[in-house]
Design a protein around this ligand. Structure first.
Ligand SMILES: NC(=O)c1ccc[n+]([C@@H]2O[C@H](COP(=O)([O-])OP(=O)(O)OC[C@H]3O[C@@H](n4cnc5c(N)ncnc54)[C@H](O)[C@@H]3O)[C@@H](O)[C@H]2O)c1
Length: 455
């Protein structure tokens, strides 16, 4: 690859390109969470010298001690990366030592369900004074189209050293500039069928030079890179993917509610439909949406669409249906207890699985938490079990203060709710040892018992 086709020659950009291609570039990763830490390890494994940055000193200390705080990342992987030079720090002055910087900080919603860009803004403010000429800055956080250009770049431009600025398309590429790109993270936590490096990396540069530099960086760790024409196109690509999932999950949730009334097994129907070799992709119903992406990201676009006087009806409708699912589960528990001549008020209910989906240690936006709170509001006595969470304390939207109940106490509960279908659970044994099971995930598929209510 060369930059001849991009514009006039630039020794600065060419040098950067060579370093990125040869993996002699130093890469800083900001935000060492579910996205940033695995990315750091991938870069390190590929041969880059990686410097991690986080404001959470506990995370930094653990990494510096060679420990992991993410269940699916063993400490041996941290040790391996450290032997290749990976270090973690809270000291942002080290930004100036990096050739490329990748931002992986959270993008939640505010209490009013508007985009909360404060993490991106604060990160930009922290790194701006340490930016140096020729650096590549890539934003990976999921966000609405326009964030890189309208929010990130202005903060970097305002705070960076005098004379330096973000490269703008049309400028002399050899000017006193740093380069900016957007490249969304597309991983599916807990899905082991596709290795992370086999998920093509979409990249949109703010100007073609930035895109090429980011392509060179990611080309070393991903099997395929997909260049799009702008940061906005890359931002929108990620939202399209997540809105596609959100809308399809809502559709299948709605059809589940109808199928329940009609006495049809929706999971059997989905399996049958999935045999069609084209034109159908299976999505599965559940107790509600969870995670840091699908329940949140679509509303980033709804918010932005308002600026264009545009109402995103699919997103709103999908949100309404998906957000109603926890209430449906609680109603099903109430009906199931009723059928056993018991009332919700005073019932002992055990919720199995608090992670937002199976086999992961992530609670964010988990419908289980909402179900627990709703059951408590209905005066049930609620406990939980989850092999990934010995305790559930306080989070952004909840404060439960609960401790994991062992599975040998199943018989003590009037009702056991399967909210997350972790693979480690022995569902035959769960049904055998429980008085009543409400299954929101079809985890008890194939088990015949009058104790099971599928909802
Ligand atoms: N988790 C996923 O599976 C996933 C998948 C695709 C995309 N994403 C997107 O990636 C982004 C990051 O998500 P995540 O799941 O890794 O979040 P996370 O909460 O697990 O990690 C974010 C990290 O950023 C750190 N941080 C916050 N503010 C900071 C600052 N100012 N400076 C430095 N560090 C700071 C936090 O301490 C935390 O360690 C989000 O935009 C998310 O939507 C996540």
């Amino acid at each position: 690859m060369n930059l001849v086709t991009v514009s006039t020659q630039t020794r600065q950009a060419e040098r950067q390109l060579e370093k990125l291609q040869a993996k002699t570039a130093k890469v800083g990763v900001i935000g060492l969470g579910y996205v940033g830490l695995p990315l750091s390890l991938l870069l390190s494994e590929a041969g880059f010298t990686v410097q991690g940055f986080d404001i959470d000193a506990r995370k930094v200390d653990q990494l510096e001690d060679g420990k992991s705080y993410i269940f699916r990342i063993p400490a041996t992987e941290i040790e391996m990366a450290r032997s290749q030079g990976f270090r973690a720090t809270t000291d942002f002055s080290k930004i100036s030592e990096q050739d490329a910087i990748i931002m992986c900080v959270p993008t939640p919603l505010t209490d009013h369900r508007d985009p909360d860009l404060s993490f991106i803004q604060k990160t930009a403010e922290s790194i701006a004074p340490w930016l140096v000429r020729g650096q590549l800055v890539v934003l990976e956080s999921t966000t609405y189209p326009g964030t890189t250009e309208e929010v990130l770049i202005p903060i970097l431009d305002r705070g960076c050293p005098e004379g330096l600025q973000a490269y703008e398309p049309g400028m002399d590429v050899d000017a006193n500039v740093f380069y900016v790109a957007f490249s969304p993270e597309r991983e599916d936590p807990g899905n082991n069928t596709v290795a992370r490096r086999d998920i093509p990396k979409v990249i949109g540069g703010h100007g073609a030079v930035a895109g090429k530099l980011a392509g060179a960086l990611y080309g070393n760790i991903f099997g395929r890179t997909v260049a799009v024409s702008s940061t906005q196109a890359a931002e929108m690509t990620k939202l399209l993917e997540n809105i596609y999932r959100c809308v399809n999950i809502a559709m299948v949730n709605e059809l589940k509610l109808l199928s329940l009334r009609m006495g049809i097994d929706i999971w059997e129907v989905i399996d049958a439909a999935a045999t069609k070799p084209f034109g159908f992709q299976p999505f599965y119903p559940g107790p509600g949406l969870g995670g840091h992406c699908i329940p949140i990201d679509p509303f980033y676009l709804s918010w932005k669409a308002r600026e264009w006087n545009f109402h995103t009806r699919f997103i709103e409708l999908a949100g309404e249906i998906n957000e109603g699912m926890p209430r449906h589960v609680v109603h099903s528990v109430s009906e199931a207890l009723n059928a056993h001549r018991k009332s919700m008020n005073g019932a002992k209910v055990l919720v199995l699985g608090v992670a937002y989906k199976k086999d992961i240690d992530d609670l964010r936006e988990s419908p289980s938490l909402e179900i627990i709170e709703m059951l408590q509001e209905e005066k049930a006595t609620v406990d939980y079990n989850d092999p990934y969470f010995p305790t559930v304390g306080r989070g952004r939207h909840y404060d439960l203060g609960m401790t994991c109940t062992p599975l040998d106490r199943l018989a003590d509960y009037d009702c056991v709710v399967i909210a997350t279908d972790h693979s480690d659970y022995d569902y035959e044994a769960i049904v055998r040892n429980s008085q009543l099971v409400v299954d929101t995930r079809n985890a008890t598929r194939g088990i015949v018992s009058s104790k099971i209510v599928r909802c």
